[in-house]
Design a protein around this ligand. Structure first.
Ligand SMILES: [Zn+2]
Ligand SMILES: [Zn+2]
Length: 284
């Protein structure tokens, strides 16, 4: 690509952002992502000054969590918050050279043991252990790495399965008691993170995870409509939201994962790993 960055108008462009039509140099791409993270967090109005936030390195998408962790120093100074980065022991060996922050805690939480291709299982499991940890550490917010693309796909998947209790996964913010669960990249399209990762692959470890969320059907449907036009990811969110009204919403909130429950106080997913979550310990 022999183009000049359309933002700084100086450096050579390395990425074409289809959503905005900008050609971005490496520096402006990083700044764009940073601004997107800032807006994603600011729009929730949930980060209070002097509060603690928890950034879990998720089983569902550890790499996107690691990308978020690169922006922690900026988040901390911008919002005057303290961040705890929680690394499941499962990743510890793979991440032993990775020190994004002093405030790194290793959580003695087992990786999900079965059905790890179900995206709802994966996200609920990640939320359940993160909520437990946030409560232990007095954190008021949990920052997850769901992009706008992820939220769209999860919403479609819930609609395709015809299960309204799964719609909570596509909400940009969930609230459980005093804890807000927010997505730090909800205003970014998946492509933007993929481009950032491609340019920073030396500093972001491509860790292996037992979660491989399968969103095949939702992807087929989504990209047959939005092919080559990721701007639709933003407008389509509204259209898909209309679809969801077909599903009657009368679900309680699960007291463990903060998602809608199909099963009273604790959702059927959380029931299956209740013991694991209860035995969660923090090693350091
Ligand atoms: Zn630039
Ligand atoms: Zn649950």
């Amino acid at each position: 690509m022999h183009r000049t960055c359309t933002v700084c108008k100086k450096r050579p462009a390395v990425y074409y952002r289809r959503y905005s039509g900008d050609y971005l140099c490496e520096k402006c791409l990083s700044r764009t992502l940073e601004r997107t993270i800032h807006r994603s967090l600011a729009s929730t109005k949930k980060l209070e000054p002097n509060s603690k936030i928890l950034l879990p390195i998720t089983f569902t998408n550890p790499v996107h969590s690691l990308i978020l962790s690169k922006f922690i120093p900026r988040i901390e100074s911008e919002y005057n918050v303290e961040t705890i980065i929680a690394v499941p022991q499962y990743f510890y060996e793979q991440l032993k050279n990775y020190k994004p922050s002093e405030n790194l805690h290793v959580a003695n939480i087992a990786p999900p043991s079965h059905d790890v291709t179900d995206p709802f299982y994966c996200w609920r499991y990640d939320r359940a252990w993160s909520i437990k940890l946030a409560k232990n550490h007095g954190a008021q917010a949990i920052v997850l790495p769901l992009t706008r693309t992820d939220l769209n796909l999860l919403m479609l998947e819930a609609v395709l399965r015809g299960q309204s209790f799964l719609l909570s996964e596509s909400l940009p913010i969930l609230q459980l008691d005093s804890i807000s669960i927010i997505s730090g990249v909800q205003r970014a399209e998946g492509e933007l993170l993929a481009a950032y990762l491609a340019l920073n692959k030396d500093t972001i470890p491509l860790v292996k995870t037992p979660c491989r969320p399968d969103l095949k059907n939702a992807k087929l449907l989504f990209y047959s409509v939005a092919v080559g036009r990721p701007e639709l990811e933003f407008s389509s969110f509204k259209s898909i939201s209309l679809l969801t009204r077909k599903l009657p919403l009368k679900n309680k909130v699960c007291s463990l994962c903060g998602g809608y429950s199909d099963n009273g106080d604790i959702c059927s997913y959380c029931r299956s790993y209740l013991e694991t979550i209860n035995s969660l310990e923090i090693v350091s």
